[in-house]
Ligand binder design. Structure first.
Ligand code: HEM
Ligand SMILES: *[C@@H]1O[C@H](CO)[C@@H](O)[C@H](O)[C@H]1NC(C)=O
Length: 316
């Protein structure tokens, strides 16, 4: 009987099926490998214990994976005759790090699961969350079930990863292209409460910018000369191994390190979010967690698309 009600019921059932089968879920590995998540956390914690910065580096890998054709582990693939690795893209070359830790996690998780079960894309999502927690930040349920790509694109990485020289309008557009709004932009930029940056990325700002605290500029010039020292490191906020609100407190004082950091508090539409996060840790934490889940949902490969890589560096 083809009644309109019948049609509606059928449509709803299809929708329900499609979303249960093909959307990500925190319980994805509960049946197939319940030991997976604790195993990932253990390797992440050990790596951070060896070097605090590794937590920052792992968080950044998930971001740089998700922005390039979705969270599909494409960033981890090494070059082949068919494509050049995304590791050679402008934003990643001599900058993205932590690939050896990802290899270690993959080896350990496949060992405890007995076979390749957890995708490299999911490993990045879980390692990012575990890193934030290990460095004193919020936790959230990571939605899982992403599958791995068989290809990568350096050209796409070059065109979609945001540059540290972008102004606010460019940053807003860049995130909008990924389905992320201004609040997501500011919350996720809060990832810069962790980690370090190289002189070459902030030199122009500390010598030429007008929207910078002079004392801060002077401090940074001491280890970032006008010429040379391109790879000298400086912290993105005063507490680079602690997930706190110092990044936002700093922006309010015009002590942002990158042009793209200070752009978020420079008299524009995002000032209010920076102000809020600088004053209210819980709001930052809640929003950061929400936006991480949203970023982790960008174009995942699910169902029968993609594969579970055996080695995160190459397609099966
Ligand atoms: C809004 C646009 C963004 C731009 C333009 C940007 C740019 C940069 C740059 C230039 C560096 C320093 C790289 C180097 O000097 O080698 C960096 C580091 C970092 N970024 Fe971002 N970033 C952005 C957003 C994000 C987001 C959304 C996250 C994560 C949620 C993030 C997490 C990090 C972390 C943790 C580091 C430190 C990495 C380490 O110490 O190894 N960034 N970013
Ligand atoms: C400062 O700006 C000038 C003019 O744009 C440029 O030539 C110079 O290289 C900049 N200085 C630094 C240290 O980036």
């Amino acid at each position: 009987m083809a009644s309109p009600t019948n049609f509606l019921v059928h449509a709803l059932l299809c929708l329900a099926l499609a979303t249960t089968v093909f959307s990500l879920s925190p319980k994805f590995y509960d049946k197939t490998c319940p030991q997976a998540l604790p195993a990932i956390r253990k390797v992440v914690e050990a790596a951070i214990h060896r070097e605090r910065r590794m937590g920052a580096s792992l968080l950044r890998l998930h971001f740089h994976d998700c922005f390039v054709n979705g969270c599909d582990g494409s960033l981890l693939l090494d070059s082949t005759p068919a494509f050049e690795t995304e590791k050679n893209a402008l934003a990643n070359l001599n900058s993205a790090r932590g690939f050896e830790v990802v290899d270690q996690i993959k080896a350990e998780v496949d060992k405890v699961c007995g076979r390749p079960t957890v995708s490299c894309a999911d490993i990045l999502a879980v390692a990012a969350r575990d890193s934030v927690v290990a460095l004193g930040g919020p936790t959230w349920k990571v939605r899982l079930g992403r599958r791995d790509s068989t290809t990568a694109s350096m050209a796409l990485a070059n065109s979609v990863l945001p540059s540290p020289f972008m102004d606010l309008a460019a940053l807003i557009n860049n995130f909008k292209d990924q389905g992320l709004n201004q609040r997501d932009l500011v919350a996720l930029s809060g990832g810069h409460t962790l980690g370090l940056s190289q002189c070459v990325t902030f030199r122009n700002r500390i010598y030429n910018a007008t929207n910078i605290d002079p004392g801060f500029a002077k401090e940074r010039r001491a280890t970032c000369p006008r010429t040379g020292g391109n790879t000298n490191l400086a912290p993105l906020d005063p507490t680079p191994a602690k997930f706190d609100t110092a990044y936002f407190k700093n922006l309010v004082k015009q002590r942002g390190l990158l042009v793209s950091d200070q752009a978020l508090f420079n008299g524009g539409s995002t000032d209010k979010f920076v102000k809020t996060y600088s004053l209210n840790r819980n709001t930052f934490w809640d929003d950061f967690a929400k936006s991480m889940v949203k970023m982790g949902d960008i174009k995942p490969l699910t169902g029968k698309k993609g594969q579970i890589r055996v080695n995160c560096r190459k397609a099966n």
